[in-house]
Write a protein that binds this ligand. Structure first.
Ligand SMILES: NC(=O)C1=CN([C@@H]2O[C@H](COP(=O)(O)OP(=O)(O)OC[C@H]3O[C@@H](n4cnc5c(N)ncnc54)[C@H](OP(=O)(O)O)[C@@H]3O)[C@@H](O)[C@H]2O)C=CC1
Ligand SMILES: O=C(O)CCC(=O)C(=O)O
Ligand SMILES: [Mg+2]
Length: 473
């Protein structure tokens, strides 16, 4: 079945039922070491995960690691350009849960992203990237502890589908002519717009199915959070990209108000309900005026729509959500993408789950990780309905490769997410405690050491792993 690798001789497969993993006590878990600093980070991560499982469960539970190959290591074993061998895909499909280090993607030409390919091949549609603060971590921000968000990034669509044509290529030229001569003139709202003939072209598909399955998962996650954090923000640039990013927002609201009607309130609904709570005699028109800035300068048609919106909300959810009941529900709002980048800095405690499309989530997860200490502290998971692959937010950080220097925190914390996903909470908690205590003691790698006041001596990557383990007790 495998060409060049052999699964461990002991251990069992993880299976899935109704989208949830069923995990034996001795699961076989494939891992990809990763390119660049993967060579430093993976051994540190494996050591910490094994020690946590051993400390938490003695000999009752154990992970049987299955080394599989991708990136540069795969080319060494399988031959030139064999970046993602079939063996690796077969192993991930067979064993269901995998963990990986970062993989290189060249800019411009060359191979497309292996990381993105894995997400698409296994339909890992939710990229989950929590950004929370560990006390003592140095940060460029004054109150990094106020940020505790989870970026829920759609992982299979958007410009990441990678359908692009190079400027000047035959297809790009043909497509531009078709757009300029037929499709754009056939769409009056586009007026006399024309695309330059020397443009490269990329396609940005955003589907209702893809948007709604992501938001559904984000909502299910929100239901598991403490009440104060039960918020889901739909992040989009829908003012500019109306039929892709704007549609993501609209499909998100449609999903939450149909599938989660009893459990959620939208921000706009909450304003309407609150206006009536403050003044039970308020007319629908006055309520509409309060929720819509510039109401009086709108067209009569638009005014009527907003009044109708107010009436519908009060007719349909006043009984279930009114008189303050909405305050116990998941708050769903939306923010324009550029605004959310400043909001997580200026009003971090007002946000919890940030549901995004692929590109916005890619940017936002690095930015949020920076607030809580940097990319060394940014874990992640790629989750589908029958498979999950855990990986950090950061890349290969090639200039630090092989120096036993880089912070393994993000991949270790991705391992924590994996243990939690497996239901091995005790082992996950040990690592969180060990890592938190090590940081509080000033036992940190270079990235955190350089920001600490007073200065501390930096630990190597492997020494940081040891410091985490020493703090299990
Ligand atoms: N999922 C994946 O596998 C991903 C892969 N990539 C790929 O990685 C390659 C390199 O990308 P690049 O843009 O340099 O981004 P990287 O995230 O690899 O690194 C950028 C900088 O971030 C800091 N950093 C990253 N990881 C850590 C860490 N673990 N501990 C401390 N600091 C860290 C370092 O800053 P400093 O030097 O200042 O300390 C580093 O130089 C590219 O080929 C890219 O495509 C990128 C993102 C995700
Ligand atoms: O695949 C890559 O090279 C980059 C991906 C990335 O930046 C991400 O997933 O955050
Ligand atoms: Mg990224």
């Amino acid at each position: 079945m495998y060409e060049k690798i052999n699964p461990p001789t002991t251990g069992e497969k993880i299976t899935f039922k109704n989208g949830e993993p069923i995990v034996p006590n001795n699961p076989i878990i494939p891992f990809i070491r990763g390119d660049g600093t993967g060579i430093d980070i993976w051994p540190a991560t494996e050591k910490v995960l094994d020690a946590a499982v051993k400390t938490a469960y003695k000999d009752e539970r154990k992970i049987s690691w299955f080394k599989v190959y991708a990136g540069d290591e795969a080319c060494d074993l399988y031959g030139t350009y064999q970046y993602l061998p079939q063996d690796t895909l077969t192993a991930i499909a067979e064993y269901g849960i995998a963990i990986k280090g970062p993989l290189t993607t060249p800019v411009g030409g060359g191979i497309r992203s292996l990381n993105v390919a894995l997400r698409q091949i296994f339909n890992l549609y939710a990229c989950v990237r929590p950004c929370r603060y560990y006390p003592g971590t140095p940060s460029p921000h004054k109150s990094p502890e106020k940020l505790n968000v989870i970026v829920y990034r759609e992982n299979t669509e958007d410009i990441y589908v990678g359908i692009e044509w190079k400027a000047g290529s035959e297809i790009a030229t043909k497509l531009i002519k078709f757009l300029n001569e037929e499709l754009i003139p056939a769409t009056p709202e586009h007026g006399k717009k024309q695309i330059p003939l020397d443009a490269g072209i990329g396609i940005k598909p955003i589907s209702k199915t893809g948007s709604q399955r992501l938001v559904r998962r984000a909502m299910k996650h929100a239901l598991t959070l403490p009440k104060a954090k039960q918020m889901v923000t739909l992040v989009h640039k829908g003012n500019i990209m109306k039929y892709t990013e704007g549609a993501f927002r609209d499909w998100g609201y449609e999903l939450v108000t149909s599938e989660f009607r009893d459990e959620c309130v939208t921000e706009r609904e909450s304003w309407i309900l609150e206006n009536k709570e403050k003044n039970s005699q308020i007319s629908a028109e006055e309520n509409a005026r309060k929720i819509e800035p510039g109401f009086d300068s709108l067209t009569e048609e638009r005014k009527a729509q907003i009044v109708k919106e107010v009436e519908t909300v009060l007719n349909t959810i006043w009984t279930s959500h009114g008189e303050g009941k909405w305050q116990d529900k998941i708050m769903v709002n939306d923010r324009i993408a550029d605004s959310i980048f400043q909001q997580i800095q200026t009003r971090p405690d007002e946000y919890s789950i940030l549901a995004t499309m692929n590109l916005n989530g890619d940017y936002l997860s690095d930015a949020a990780a920076a607030i809580v200490g940097g990319l060394g502290m940014g874990p992640g998971a790629n989750i589908g309905d029958v498979c999950a692959v855990f990986e950090a937010t950061h890349g290969t950080a090639p200039k630090h490769a092989g120096l036993d220097k880089i912070n393994p925190g993000s991949v270790i914390l991705s391992g924590v997410m994996m243990l939690e996903y497996m239901g091995w909470q005790e082992a996950a908690d040990l690592i969180k405690k060990g890592l938190g205590d090590a940081i509080a003691q000033g036992k940190v790698t270079y990235d955190l050491a350089r920001m600490m006041e007073p200065p501390v001596k930096e630990l190597k990557c492997s020494e940081f792993a040891d410091a985490i383990i020493e703090n299990f007790q």
